[in-house]
Design a protein around this ligand. Sequence first.
Ligand code: MTE
Ligand code: MO
Length: 415
Amino acid sequence: MRAHHFPSPMSPSFWRSPLRGPRLTALLGVVLLGGITLLFVTGLLSYAAYNPDLAGVNDKTPDKGVLGFYLFDWPTGPHWLYRVTQGLHVTVGVALVPVLLAKLWSVIPKLFTMPPARSVGHALERVSLLLLVGGALFEFVTGLLNIQLEYLFPGSFYPLHFYGAWVFIGAFVAHVVLRMPQAVRALRERAGPKAEEDDTGLVAARPAAPTVSRRGALGLVGAGSLLLLVTTAGQSIGGVWRRTALLAPHGGSDPGSGPNGFQINKTAASTGIRTQDTGEAWRLTVVNGARRVLLSRADLLAMPQYESALPIACVEGWSTDDQRWSGVRLRDLGALVGAGERPPDVLVESLQLHGAFRRAALRENQVRDGRSLLALRVNGAELSRDHGYPARVIVPAAPGVLNTKWVSRMTFGEL
Ligand SMILES: Nc1nc2c(c(=O)[nH]1)N[C@H]1C(S)=C(S)[C@@H](COP(=O)(O)O)O[C@H]1N2
Ligand SMILES: [Mo]
């Protein structure tokens, strides 16, 4: 009897799909080139939107060094700015998952190529591919876990995703530059090479009979992406689309009803806000240097009230439609303690004792904008406890993280 000899993954005859080849890899690569560029840009924007250089409390990666070279003052308009940039970041990231997996599948034989390195150049190339594949998986996995399970990374999600992005993008740029000529050639030649003439190592040496056409396979990947798109995008688009956001744990369809019936990030109970601290005894302390004012909720309601229609837009990708907030302008609170015509930056602190988002700093342009409020009411009703009663910040175009709830103290000018 003759023993059957099964090829190992290191042998070229192990990989038999007739779909693999430079053309499939190049087509998927082009989609990823566009998509990942968008993820990188919107990711950098999201970091800038936190105003990390303004104050330590805003900076989740304080050791960034030169990687913060591009930071700029995040603007206050258009008021839906962060809704769009972060909605794109998360939605496109989720929708690209099938494309990324298909791309990895299309090149997997190369992962097993033996010998591991034929030359120094080849060794360097393979190390860069490890960084590329590892970096991509790392960024997608940390991003997806953060939007699905918010407490998985207590505070460490930001540095992981931030530094991971820079490692990944370095390998990505090198890969694009090195592979561009091959990809362009593969896209020009519709037919694709036979195994004998293939110099990419992607075409199966002993192809099995096809079970699906290349077009059919690409169609499946596209359909997977589309399905993820329509079950995610609704959390950022809002309106009736919110009902299709089946994959959105925080931005989905059932935020309750009534004036306060829109998405809640962390509830009062989950952040340890006690009822006795938000009742009659609550006071807002407003400080500017030696000047200090204590205000009750009635005092705040007696000040001129303004209305702004603004969304909450979270780093997790979900956002609310515009809500009608009303309350006191931040710049009027600054004026109360003599912060002047051009109010300086402000540190906003909440009743919450623990947690990364219990306080945040706002930049002078955000304080100055007449739409920036310390909101007391929303959509014609009192703020609910979960939306920040007795008072919360709302600032146009800013990430949700800067819209501090349960505010107890505002310190102008000392950041
Ligand atoms: N004190 C406090 N304020 C906070 C937070 C928090 O955890 N604690 N979360 C912030 C984040 S990350 C978001 S997205 C918004 C959510 O506001 P909402 O729950 O009213 O939608 O509140 C912000 N304000
Ligand atoms: Mo958030």
